[in-house]
Design a protein around this ligand. Structure first.
Ligand code: RB5
Length: 149
């Protein structure tokens, strides 16, 4: 499974922990940075990760900022992206099963490392259930089409 990883300065420490975890577990990972603690803009890291996932270069993306909110809002502007902010493991499996989320976002200032890694594991181990949920996702795609004419 190929994973694209990114964060702004507000998510850099948690991103490093996630990178170590994914490497240990044998995932194929590309780290899109940021690589310094200097203040930067989360859309600059959301965009390349979201594009790489939307283009199917990667199966999933994981994005981290201070709250997980800004970087997720930015990622969701890319057509085909369903980025989900999760701060608990129930949401992490539900968003895969029901929303077929393709990007997980996390807030470094919100969740501790232990919980964050459980959320990552749960998200990556869970599968989309299809069926009635597929129709709802198709409707999301219709909304994208309506506004991207
Ligand atoms: C950066 O200070 C912070 O605003 C950012 O990491 C994120 O929390 C935005 O949603």
């Amino acid at each position: 499974m190929r994973i694209a990883l990114g964060s702004d300065h507000g998510g850099i420490e948690l991103r490093k922990e996630i990178l170590n975890y994914l490497n240990l577990k044998g995932y194929e990972v590309k780290d899109f940075g940021t690589h310094t603690a200097e203040s930067c803009d989360y859309p600059d890291y959301a965009l390349p990760v979201a594009e790489a996932v939307a283009n199917k270069e990667f199966d999933f993306g994981i994005l981290v900022c201070g709250t997980g909110i800004g970087i997720g809002i930015a990622a969701n502007k890319v057509p085909g992206i369903r980025a989900a902010l999760c701060s608990d493991t129930f949401s992490a499996h539900a968003t895969r099963e029901h929303n077929d989320a393709n990007i997980l976002t996390l807030g470094q200032r919100v969740v501790g490392v232990g919980l964050a890694l459980d959320i990552v594991k749960t998200f990556l181990d869970s599968k989309f259930e299809g069926d009635r949920h597929q129709g709802r996702i198709n409707k999301i795609a219709e909304i994208e089409k309506k506004y991207n004419k």
